[in-house]
Design a protein around this ligand. Structure first.
Ligand code: ADP
Ligand code: MG
Length: 683
């Protein structure tokens, strides 16, 4: 039997069973062997009843003391209470709805019971619904697999067992010196031991080997993607860096960080290779000016640029910004979105084809449409943290091979950044424009809302503007205790803010309506904007100085930080008010962190600690490559080892040409393919 054999070739796997395996993503024997157990039941170490800790899963060996009887209780449920003893102590086992139990458990016989110890009445120990085996049966560490309605963990276990006893030894692909240097067990043994470990130590070794493999191959793949930046087309080689010319057009002095970022990118674009660079900069650090400078450079070298924003609101904002930044230059820019009128659209497309337009701004549809450029040399994407490797490689596959510049406002801790953006070079804006004041952040209970409204009014009276963010869109979604935008708006406008102009904004409105409202807020017509998180990313209205977040407990730290970043963008003192009545520990710690720092990187680190990486980017698509077994938060030790090894190996043999590395190279090619398909790797 081979790894590539289809799962239905395994003895005992018929058509319907094969379908059930397919539903778990298991198509081949190799897939099955990579379907690692989710947990284990340890039947190999038996504890005396007296030493069983409360709350833990344990295995005991005990004798049934009396004949087992089922009783019928309310609702027709069967229940059996079974006292058992190991000779020293007694524990009561409870079983539900098992009518065969009396014939399965015999008085006076000894069994192994596996389950969680709980504390019953009178402080006596109990076990609820334990699994059991005859004590004469062979005991071991048993695998528990994630099951679904079509197939049980037991079925999976049986098939894995059959496969492991029939499969050819799994061939090793890591050279001996690596196995030796890191004390790794062979792949064959790691695969066997991860399913049926001999003991705890072997289980750990098997896990370590798989984690090592997964992270090592991933690092190599990300670096390979980065190193394989294709050659830039001759017409896409930047002739010179014209950024000083552009900086002179800015209404402010560029920060050193901005200048450095532009220099990094210009160097890439002059190098003769395609640029693949990430710009990381906290909210308000001035990424737009950097993008503008690059587009300026490109235009001066006769390349066209495309700037892609995640929403139409942002695309429109960028368009306005660029129009004013470029007003004293000969750079022509245009905007193309879903709501551009057909006639206008075809005109713009025509002008893109002839090369009249230097910079086109739009949403993602921009590069998916049948838009033809004369010479697209640079693609800039804003707030790219929503997109993964897959989308990035997709960009370049349009046949243009343009330079790619990715801008992200999500501060990502270093260990994660290497995973999400390891295929990119990185520039950081680690400096805010001068004159910014620290945003004062307060956390208040909802009973203080009226005081807060008065505070807002005082600022509106001075000509300033404010945001209020609510978690819900409309009443129909109303969940008790949560605030919704439309009701909030109505009440605020008719009761608290009668003499002021208010507006509301949410994701269910049409792009046109949204733009209309955003436009009015920008030019100051709307004083107070009540919105859902649609305004979270990127919106820039320097005159807005107060950000209120209702039901602040509903938002993660990174999201709160992004929201807060909508204020404090000008010279005026700004405030963030987090409204919550939640007493939960996690929301209390979030509020504390928000009130104590405005440093995005610190907040990202704390966020990670509080929630774990799975939740880090909230519910959005986060762009982290799928991992099968490694956990980048807890497996940092192996992550660092593999990082170092990967860079050593690539330095010596970047193309995996040495005999000992050829097989690794094959694994890397496979992984790059799966990165593009956004699946985890297979053997
Ligand atoms: P972000 O990095 O969040 O996209 P923006 O590019 O929107 O930030 O810039 C935030 C604000 O700071 C804008 O109003 C912009 O005009 C202003 N700004 C950017 N760079 C500077 C600078 N060097 N000096 C002063 N203000 C700046
Ligand atoms: Mg921005």
């Amino acid at each position: 039997m081979k790894l590539s054999d289809k799962i239905n070739t395994v003895k005992g796997v018929g058509e319907s069973r094969a379908k059930a395996f397919n539903s778990l993503g298991v198509e081949t024997v190799g897939d099955l062997l990579r379907y690692y157990p989710r947990a284990y039941e340890d039947w190999s170490s038996i504890l005396p009843i007296s030493q069983c800790p409360i709350g833990e899963n344990v295995c005991i060996k005990a004798r049934v003391m009396f004949p087992v009887k089922n009783e019928r209780i309310r609702g027709g449920m069967l229940i059996a209470k079974v006292p058992v003893t190991d000779g020293e102590a007694v524990i009561s086992l409870t079983f539900f709805n098992n009518k065969y139990l009396p014939s399965m458990l015999k008085e006076g016989e000894e069994y192994l019971f596996h389950g969680k110890i709980t504390l019953g009445k009178y402080n006596s120990k109990e076990m609820l619904s334990p699994a059991f085996l005859k004590s004469s049966e062979q005991t071991a560490i048993k695998p528990i697999y994630s099951q679904n309605s079509k197939i049980t963990s037991k079925n999976i276990e049986k098939t894995v067992k059959t496969v492991l006893s029939n499969i050819d030894p799994i061939s090793e692909y890591l050279p001996g010196y690596i196995l030796e240097r890191y004390g790794l067990i062979s792949l064959d043994s790691a695969i066997r031991q991860i399913h049926f470990p001999d003991n705890d130590i072997m289980l750990q070794k098997a896990r370590d080997r798989h984690i090592f493999d997964e992270l090592f191959i991933l690092q190599l793949s990300m670096s390979t993607l980065k190193n394989h930046n294709s050659k830039a087309a001759t017409e896409n080689i930047l002739k010179a860096d014209y950024s000083n010319e552009f900086f002179a057009l800015l209404p402010f002095e560029a920060t050193n960080a901005q200048k450095k970022a532009v220099k990094d990118a210009s160097k890439d674009m002059m190098s003769g290779r395609q640029m693949n660079r990430l710009l990381q900069g906290d909210v308000g650090s001035g990424k737009t000016a950097v993008a503008a400078s690059l587009a300026y450079n490109a235009a001066k070298s006769n390349m066209q640029s495309a700037l892609m924003a995640p929403t139409e609101v942002l695309a429109n904002q960028h368009y306005d910004t660029f129009l004013s930044l470029f007003k004293d230059s000969d750079i022509s820019c245009a905007i193309l979105t879903g709501s551009t009128k057909a006639k206008e659209k075809s005109l713009i497309k025509e002008r893109l084809k002839t090369g009249e337009i230097d910079l086109i701004i739009g949403t993602h549809a921009l590069i998916q449409d049948d838009v033809i450029f004369k010479n697209l040399g640079l693609v800039i994407t804003d707030e790219q943290h929503r997109f993964g490797v897959k989308q990035r490689t997709g960009l370049c596959s349009k046949g243009f091979n343009p330079h790619v510049y990715v801008m992200s406002a999500t501060p990502i801790p270093r260990t994660l950044a290497l995973m999400v953006f390891g295929d990119l070079d990185i520039s950081v804006l680690d400096e805010l424009p001068p004159g910014r004041q620290e945003i004062k952040t307060y956390c208040v209970p909802s009973s203080k809302r009226e005081d807060m409204f008065n505070f807002i009014k005082a600022h509106l009276d001075e000509g300033k503007q404010a945001y209020i963010v609510c978690p819900l869109v409309e009443k129909s979604e109303l969940i008790e205790g949560l605030v919704d935008v439309e009701a909030y708006y109505e009440k605020a406008q008719s009761v608290y803010f009668k003499d002021y102009t208010l507006g509301f904004l949410h994701g269910k409105m049409s792009p046109k309506e949204k733009d209309n409202i955003m436009g009015k807020f920008k030019n100051g017509e709307i004083q107070l904007l009540i919105s859902t998180v649609v305004i979270e990313v990127g919106v820039d209205v320097p005159n807005a100085v107060i950000m209120v977040v209702e039901n602040a407990e509903r938002f993660g730290l990174s999201q709160l930080h992004q929201l807060r970043g909508r204020v404090g963008r000008g010279k005026d003192k700004s405030y963030c008010i987090l409204v919550t009545d939640s007493k939960s520990e996690i929301s209390q710690s979030r509020m504390k962190i928000m009130c104590s720092t405005t440093d995005g990187f610190k907040i990202a680190d704390e966020d990670l600690k509080l929630r774990g990486p799975g939740d880090f980017f909230g519910t959005r698509q986060h762009g982290l490559p799928k991992l099968r077994i490694a956990d980048i938060m807890t497996d940092t030790r192996i992550l660092l080892l593999t990082q170092q090894l990967a860079s050593e190996l690539l330095k010596e043999d970047a193309k995996f040409e040495k005999e000992e590395n050829v097989k690794i190279g094959k694994m890397v090619q496979r992984r790059i393919k799966s990165l593009n398909e956004n699946t985890a790797n297979t053997i």
